[in-house]
Design a protein around this ligand. Sequence first.
Ligand code: AMP
Ligand code: MG
Length: 389
Amino acid sequence: MITIQEAFSILKNNLPEPKLEMLSLAKAKKHTLAEDLIAPICMPPFRQSAMDGFALGVHEGLVYEIIGEIKAGDDHQVVLKAGQAVKIFTGAPVPDSATAVMQIEKVRVSGATLTLEEQPKFQMNIRPIGEQNLKGDLALKKGTLLNAACIGFLAGLGFTEVLVYQKSKIGILVTGNELILPGLPLKHGKIYESNSIMLDIALQESFYENTTVYYVNDDFENTKNKIADALVENDVILISGGISVGDYDFVEKALETLKVKRLFYKVKQKPGKPLFAGKLKDKMIFALPGNPAASLTCFYVYVLPTLQMISGYTIEYGQTVSKKLTHDFVVSNARNQFLKAHIIGDEVTVLTHQNSSMLNTFSTSNGLMYVEDGGYQLTKGDLVEVYVI
Ligand code: AMP
Ligand code: MG
């Protein structure tokens, strides 16, 4: 049995080579840029009016002759002599001959005569060409995680597609003779299958949307064949259940038969002791315990950071924040523990129902409090480490 830290470093040393792909901007959300992007245009690309008002051929007096108008989107050239003005709107191209735009609130208009309330300042209310960026400037750096602002910025520069780190295609393989799909009547001895939808949604919440679910009963041949199929069809597979030491747990033997290289099996932790990680060429395999809370804990602590690293995120395993415990808490365990917890501000409270089979308090949890093994007392106000989920 290895430690959590050892598991992290084994995973880090065995990450598959990232794959790259071109994606349309709309599809590229929450992907990481795989190359520096250079601005193909100046932004703004022309001198732009920042106000509704009048572009001026500035002269000494306050009275101007209005000779026309320029709306946003117009491209006709207006040549202003000193003392002439053209009505202009926000976003419209400012004539080369204009040296200021006076906002509409500071003028009076009578027919074709414009009177200013004050003298304009040189270049006022004109956005110069390239005020945001010049053509050839670095727009976004390789490694940038594309959020809404990034996508908007790139669209504004005319990009339609970008080279990004691919997000893995993920197979979720569910084992267990006792499992029945929600919606069907529950017979004695059966339980509803909940891990596949839970893991799938956890993936979707982190924008991993290319997933396939496979079901397999507790039978060696079946388990082996379904895992083989899932390995062909996906980059990463998550197996739920069947990885413990029971007579009907066939996942370990199936993986071994399929020549999956074992990275580790069993971690000194609670929940999630039977966690298995393996690799077959560039495919990653995680076998997660079937107990739902253990499965989800292992997902957040091991699987999600792995997927994110494969897709180019700047992230580490074991990223926690320090929070103040709101109550005394007795630690008494031979394994390090991840405890369902609730964070409010800089404080954390350990929740009830810590058993790995129970999801009821996981549902109200927004963090996993991490405590080292041993027998000791934590006191209200102590700083503890928490995984934010
Ligand atoms: P296993 O890891 O296969 O020994 O399963 C451990 C426990 O988790 C058992 O009580 C199973 O019934 C339960 N379990 C396994 N898979 C699922 C699942 N997909 N949904 C809900 N509970 C499960
Ligand atoms: Mg089972």
